[in-house]
Design a protein around this ligand. Structure first.
Ligand code: KIV
Ligand code: ZN
Length: 388
């Protein structure tokens, strides 16, 4: 089996649909180009039937993006699929992604249909989409809560109808990793034609498990992960692209898998998405949070000054952040003060470390974080007192 995990980015579809205000066509293009530079294999960029604006942005992105395959979403109905085909036509390579719910609650309560009707609609949709492209993805919406016999039937039928990728979404983020990995394993064991399609997962983060569930899935044979930059998406969001990419890179020896992601592009893509989507990234967010590469306690700072792998499992440079930050707080020790003074251009003989450290601690107790300017102001104060 191929060890490459295909990265399918849905920032501009599942991510964008959850924003308070829609992005303009120009903003979507900016994000699409950043995602292309990031090296994603496929980007899902909209739901063309939903509005003329969405149609236009899919069309513009299809015209512009060359190095990632462009994809758009359609319900399992002809009008949606036709709109995808029309909007995606200018692309060099495109995918149509069609979906229908398969869980009992969705089939009975939302769609008010029988499962056999759903099966027929899915098969028809996949066959119809294949008239426009040989790259068709089919998703079983709410697969995480679908009875396994029905899920197996649906996956088998979709592949038979011509789906080249079959996606297993945990639409409401309900499963836990061993359970989700088990569902995927059952599909691999029970669906006779499963090796004729790429199996994909699309996990939501309602219980904070989207990334863990996606990793559990690739460990049992899934080869496409659907995700978004900064994990933006419906409710608690989607699986975060940067977390998945850095897990597969940092733990490549354990997992034996890789992606085509250009990791150094992660930080600036994250900032662009956060800015244009007006969605601040939490400080302690893995990989792209403001504190992801900053160290506050004296013990950690001392370790970092001796060897960076004492408290960092990847370098900030590897995700495009210029350097590790050692925060100056009341937990910082003399070692980090000395180091910071040297980086500001001072020699050991320029100041009395004990006196500077005592003043620094007094200020840190009052202020929390002490910045470089504060440190220099403390030094100037000491120098002035000495002159009096
Ligand atoms: O969460 C979901 O099930 C989806 C599908 C349309 C893939 O977004
Ligand atoms: Zn989704």
């Amino acid at each position: 089996m191929d060890n490459k995990v295909i990265i399918f980015d849905t920032t501009l579809r599942d991510g964008e649909q959850a924003l308070n205000a829609s992005l303009s066509v120009h903003e979507k293009l900016q994000i699409a180009q950043a995602i292309e530079r990031l090296g994603v294999d496929i980007m899902e960029v909209g739901f063309p039937v939903s509005s003329p604006g969405d149609f236009e942005s899919v069309q513009q992105i299809a015209r512009t993006v060359k190095n990632s395959r462009v994809c758009a979403l359609a319900r399992a109905v002809e009008a949606d699929i036709q709109a995808c085909a029309d909007a995606l036509k200018p692309a060099e390579a495109f995918r149509i992604h069609t979906f229908i719910s398969t869980s009992d609650v969705h089939v009975q309560q939302k769609l008010r249909k029988e499962f056999s009707d759903i099966e027929a609609m899915a098969v028809h949709a996949v066959k119809f989409a294949r008239r426009f492209t040989d790259d068709v993805e089919f998703s079983c919406e709410d697969a995480g809560r679908t009875p396994i016999d029905n899920l197996c039937r649906m996956v088998e039928q979709a592949i038979k109808a011509g789906a080249t990728t079959v996606n297993i979404p945990d639409t409401v983020g309900y499963t836990v990793p061993t359970e989700f990995g088990g569902i995927i394993s059952q599909l691999f064991n029970r669906v006779p034609n499963i090796d004729q399609a790429v199996i994909s997962v699309h996990c939501h983060n309602d219980l904070g498990l989207a990334v863990a569930n996606s990793i559990a899935a690739v460990q049992v044979g899934v080869r496409q992960i659907e995700c978004t930059v900064n994990g933006i998406g419906e409710r608690a969001g989607n699986c975060s692209l940067e977390e998945v990419a850095m897990i597969l890179k940092t733990r490549e020896n354990l997992l034996g898998l890789h992606t085509g992601i250009q990791h150094q592009e992660i930080a600036r893509t994250s900032k662009l998405v956060s800015h244009l989507c007006n969605m601040p990234v939490q400080l302690n967010k893995a990989i792209v949070g403001g504190n992801a590469f900053s160290h506050s306690s004296g013990i950690h700072q001392d370790g970092m000054l001796k060897a960076s792998n004492t408290y960092e499992i990847m370098t900030p440079e590897s995700v495009g952040i210029s350097k590790t930050k050692l925060n100056l707080t009341s937990r910082s020790g003399r070692h980090v003060i000395k180091h910071r003074m040297a980086s500001l251009g001072y020699q050991d003989s320029d100041y009395d470390l004990e006196q500077l450290y005592a003043d620094f601690l007094a200020l840190a107790d009052k202020k929390g974080q002490v910045f470089d300017d504060d440190l220099e102001a403390l030094l100037f104060n000491i120098q002035q007192q000495d002159m009096q």
